[in-house]
Design a protein around this ligand. Structure first.
Ligand SMILES: Cc1cc2nc3c(=O)[nH]c(=O)nc-3n(C[C@H](O)[C@H](O)[C@H](O)COP(=O)(O)O)c2cc1C
Length: 308
């Protein structure tokens, strides 16, 4: 089984990815960038170039992700990424956020079937990089997935990553794993599962439902909560507090070297702790204080109390 780190805008940028790779990443087969968007005048913004620069992603098998509903814009980024040395890119058909989906992109594109088919026809006839797709099962109902699967099967996808929720479910409730099990056998492309994988037991359950048909598993929140999760799923040990402490220092130092002032660093570290707190049920009061603290000095103090 292959294991991937899911893209998470604001969290799994190059600083986090590099630290994860160096400290817990031996068995992470692929990393994905948070989505890059199509710009009118140039292929990529400076921030996006930083995100994909090979020197910022050393030793990482990275797949840049693109959010687009305009084939020419998508192909401009495809060309530019090819020049940077990339050979695989990912199309985001899953983002449920209102600002994205209401413009008909991300999961909003799933409700525009003929436009989507036209778009895919055009990009698959002119692409430089191989293309994978990360999708939800529909906008309003999982029944929409029948037709979506017919469309996806028309194209030679590098892989089809399925998050078995619909647009309006955001990340809430349980993923529709039963529906996923029904459809995995219908895919002509390799399938990757994504959604609420947090433990070995989750993977075992998934494998029971999929048999030999599953190619890969992508994990987001489970990995931010416990960066050693994929290591554990591939036979390794859970994190030690010392390891986590060194990992977090690396991230905090790297953010401090690129941001001016400590406020943005503090915000990033708190965001990580809003996920990691779940691994420290016995330190709930300290985690709560950390999430409310106002300086990096305070954050480090509570972090020490949590990790001692
Ligand atoms: C804060 C946040 C940011 C995300 N950003 C992206 C993104 O840029 N691209 C994308 O395809 N999915 C994005 N996702 C969705 C995740 O990649 C993943 O599909 C989702 O979290 C479900 O998987 P999980 O249960 O393993 O976390 C984001 C999710 C969250 C919570």
């Amino acid at each position: 089984m292959k294991y991937y780190l899911a893209p998470m805008e604001g969290i799994t940028g190059y600083i986090y990815r590099s630290a994860l790779k160096d400290h817990f990443g031996d068995n992470i087969d692929k990393f994905f960038t948070p989505f890059l968007v199509v710009h009118e005048k140039r292929a990529l913004s400076n921030k996006e170039i930083n995100e994909i620069l090979p020197e910022n992603n050393k030793g990482i098998n990275l797949v840049p992700q693109i959010l687009a509903d305009d084939a020419d814009g998508f192909l401009r980024i495809d060309n530019s990424l090819y020049e940077y040395g990339y050979r695989e890119i990912n199309l985001n058909l899953g983002c449920p956020s209102k600002t994205v989906a209401s413009k008909g992109r991300g999961s909003g594109f799933l409700g525009r079937l003929s436009d989507l088919e036209y778009f895919l026809d055009k990009i698959f006839n002119n692409n430089m990089c191989n293309i994978s797709i990360k999708t939800r099962m529909g906008e309003k109902s999982v029944d929409e997935f029948e037709e979506l699967m017919r469309i996806f099967n028309k194209f030679p996808l590098k892989e089809l990553i399925i998050h078995p929720r619909i647009r309006y479910e955001y990340y809430k409730g349980n993923p529709h794993r039963d529906v996923f099990y029904r459809y995995i056998v219908k895919s002509l492309n390799p399938v990757c599962y994504n959604g609420d994988v947090r433990s070995k037991r989750d993977v075992e359950e998934l494998l029971k439902g999929c048999g030999n048909n599953l190619f890969a598993i992508m994990i987001g929140r489970g990995m931010i909560s416990d960066p050693s999760l994929i290591r554990q799923l591939t036979g390794g040990e859970a994190f030690t507090k010392e390891e986590l402490s060194v990992f977090l220092k690396r991230i905090s130092d790297d953010y401090s070297s690129v941001f001016s002032g400590e406020a943005p660093v503090l915000q990033k570290m708190k965001e990580l702790w809003s996920y990691m707190g779940s691994c420290f049920a016995d330190k709930e009061p300290e985690v709560k204080k950390l999430l409310k603290c106002r300086s990096l000095k305070e954050l480090k103090l509570y972090q020490m109390q949590i990790l001692q």
